[in-house]
Design a protein around this ligand. Structure first.
Ligand SMILES: [Zn+2]
Length: 413
């Protein structure tokens, strides 16, 4: 056993002798597990809940994919690691900068620090947009690290990913980016890597394609969780510790007629404050908008005229379905966000509504099912299921999903 490792001002146990596995099951609102369990589709998860832990924890705000994946792998919120959305806005140039490159990462990952101490690391992510951030600081030429995405599994090579010919090795073709197959590929690869590579630390991160389309209890959703549970059974061997959590939950965000329930905030602010005064930024926006139309429950607003901040807050407060409206300073303090990558105002909408920018800026034609999305407080609480008991010093303190590696590693010593 090696000595403790300090990462981002937190003490972690040394290198675990078994495998510490954290799975971020994207978009897994707790009801997905509950519904699948009622039909006995998830016997492995159910046994974890009985003999290990079945907790609800907070995800990082905004309850989006990248900020939470990076919180999980750094063990800290966005105020520390800097990744607070898919992109940030630069008011001086009007530029929207994608934050999927390690240059925007302000903290080392747990993987990097453990790797430097000699641990073997394995990471599989569904979408490639996360891969570079997750693998930052790892070396792939020493046969001690593997990191690739199912989306670009056919492009994996030894120098960048520590593995090659992935599709042949796994016996699975590259899945469609909008399919359940993208997540199943992650799980199948995780099992094979565990058996053949025997890492000290493994991270598996799926995609929420199913959760955006299907509600808890839906036949398709149930089949997804049954599939997931079969792989969980294969990972639950030796003395491995497994923690299953999520990056965010997921709520229905449509009107009774099936149309997306969206507040087009840019249109409202243009009308009340005047044109070109405000710029509404939706950090959920990314190249994969088919399943949510860039509509989530979190927005930040930049104002070209700072004297209008209070007027803007007043106008936004009048909107019924917006629940949280805070200044940059208040919002960043309350939700651990980086002040320099947020606008002048931070707002979040209610359980069943989303915030859009200008109506004409959203292409909703590809949304086939009623909108389900995330980003705000109602998708903040996520499951935290462990195959082992967790030593909680103070039962009153609510854990965060980004405490997962701390407890997974502790459980695998
Ligand atoms: Zn997600």
């Amino acid at each position: 056993m090696s000595s403790p490792i300090e990462i981002n001002e937190r003490q972690y146990p040394g290198i675990p002798s078994s495998t510490a596995i954290v799975i971020c099951l994207d978009g897994s609102q707790k009801e997905y597990f509950e519904e699948a369990s009622k039909l006995n589709l998830t016997p492995n998860i159910d046994s974890f809940k009985k003999s290990g832990e079945d907790l609800l924890v907070n995800s990082a705000i905004p309850s989006f994919t990248n900020p939470n994946n990076i919180s999980i792998v750094t063990g800290r919120p966005s105020s520390v690691h800097g990744i607070c959305g898919n992109f940030f806005y630069t008011p001086s140039t009007g530029e929207e900068v994608m934050m999927n490159d390690p240059q925007f990462l302000r903290a080392p990952t747990i993987f990097q620090k453990y790797y430097e101490q000699g641990a073997k690391i394995a990471i599989v992510t569904a979408k490639d947009k996360l891969r570079k951030l997750l693998s930052h600081g790892l070396k792939f030429n020493e046969s001690k690290a593997i990191c690739f995405s199912s989306e670009k599994s056919d492009q994996a090579n030894l120098s960048e990913n520590g593995i090659e010919n992935v599709n042949k090795w796994l016996g699975m073709e590259v899945p469609n980016v909008y399919s359940q197959g993208l997540s199943e590929f992650v799980m199948a690869a995780g099992v094979k890597i565990l058996n053949e590579f025997n890492p000290n630390i493994m991270y598996l991160s799926t995609t929420d394609f199913i959760q955006h389309k299907y509600a808890p209890g839906d036949e398709v959703a149930n089949a997804f969780y049954a599939m997931f549970d079969r792989y969980i059974g294969q990972l639950n061997v030796n003395n491995n510790s497994i923690i299953v959590t999520a990056d965010h939950g997921m709520q229905a965000k449509s009107r009774s007629d099936g149309s997306p329930n969206a507040i087009f905030l840019q249109d409202i602010l243009d009308e009340t404050l005047g044109k070109n005064i405000s710029k509404v930024i939706l950090p959920i926006t990314d190249p994969y908008v088919v399943h949510h139309g860039a509509l989530g429950s979190f927005a930040t607003v930049y104002l070209s005229d700072k004297s209008k901040i209070n007027d803007a807050i007043e106008e936004i407060n009048k909107i019924e379905d917006i629940e949280v409206v805070l200044t940059n300073k208040e919002g960043c303090a309350q939700y651990d966000l980086p002040t320099d990558r947020m606008g002048d105002i931070i707002c979040m909408s209610s359980q069943n509504s989303t915030i859009g920018s200008a109506e004409k800026a959203h292409d909703l034609s590809k949304l086939k099912e009623p909108l389900r999305s995330h980003g705000g407080l109602h998708e903040r609480e996520v499951p935290f299921i462990s195959n082992k008991k967790i030593n909680l010093n103070d039962a009153n303190i609510k854990l965060n999903n980004y405490d997962a590696f701390y407890h997974a590693i502790s459980g695998a010593m």
